[in-house]
Design a binder for this molecule. Sequence first.
Ligand SMILES: Nc1ncnc2c1ncn2[C@@H]1O[C@H](COP(=O)(O)OP(=O)(O)O)[C@@H](O)[C@H]1O
Ligand SMILES: [Mg+2]
Length: 327
Amino acid sequence: MTTQIETSMKNYVMDHQRLKYLFFGGKGGVGKTAMAGATAIWLAKQGRRVMLASTNPVHSLSGLLGQNVFGQPTAVNGVPNLWAYEIDTKDTIERSKQEIREKIQWFLKFADISTKAEDFVESATMNPAFEESAMFENMVDLMLGGEYDVYVFDTAPTANARRLLGMSQVYSLWVGKMLKSRQEARSLRELLSFTKKKEADPLMDYLVSFRDRMGKAREMLTDPAQTAFFFVTLAEALPIAVITRFIGWFHDFGIPVGGVIVNMLIDQKQVDEKSPDFVKNRVAMQDRYMDDVWQKFEGMVRSTLPLYETEVRGVDMLQRMGKALFV
Ligand SMILES: Nc1ncnc2c1ncn2[C@@H]1O[C@H](COP(=O)(O)OP(=O)(O)O)[C@@H](O)[C@H]1O
Ligand SMILES: [Mg+2]
């Protein structure tokens, strides 16, 4: 067992020149948001145009950066080449509902069904999966926009991320099936109609464009040259167990894992015999769990970061963290 970093975060990024989509996953509170901010700033300093985005309905980028970045891409003060953006999920959910309402209305008219569209709209949109898929679409729209060189996502808890990514596969299957039956229905209708004129079919157009977007998203998200998920952990049992599970899932889904980052390590040099028992115990525990980390994530550890004397907030502190992350 090697107890040192083989490929560092910096080398990983250098070795993946086309890397465009970076994600951070892990248990709540391990430092994902801070890590995303530090990474985005570091990449912007390398001269890349960087978008730091959050699709999570519980946003924390504005707090992290000390400036309001809600609702639109906003240039980050004091960091050239960096924009941050907390996506307004409420707004997108409303817009998706409206879109679905129009589709359903069109379809009910098309199929000669006299029911209020609202009943369908409610059942189609009143579930948590709808919110998740709206968030996923937000992310995909941003990714496909292609206005930036690099996108760093402050992800929702990773269980969601994995489900969302898995959903793109389901979408693709589902839309494929829908399209096939729509095409059959349409050709039957054309066959039965006396005019040869092709009818407009907004539902079909929508499904085709939806499938194409999802297909592109999947392609991007499963391409190790463009995408990397980094998993953040502490030297503690629970966060290690969480990312072990995530890494297994991601492997199964063919989503590229960039590596593991260990955060909040107490600096051994500051601890000696005179230190309080509390601190000595924490350090002994940390040592034990680091053995686990090196063993479980062999060759995957990219960086180990110290526990700082304060929380990580503001550009200066994030820059300091970035330097430690990309040594
Ligand atoms: N290395 C560190 N040293 C000290 N505080 C840290 C460190 N990394 C993160 N923090 C702090 O820990 C808290 C949780 O970090 P955050 O990035 O919000 O976690 P997550 O996004 O995973 O929930 C924040 O207050 C953050 O400033
Ligand atoms: Mg967070």
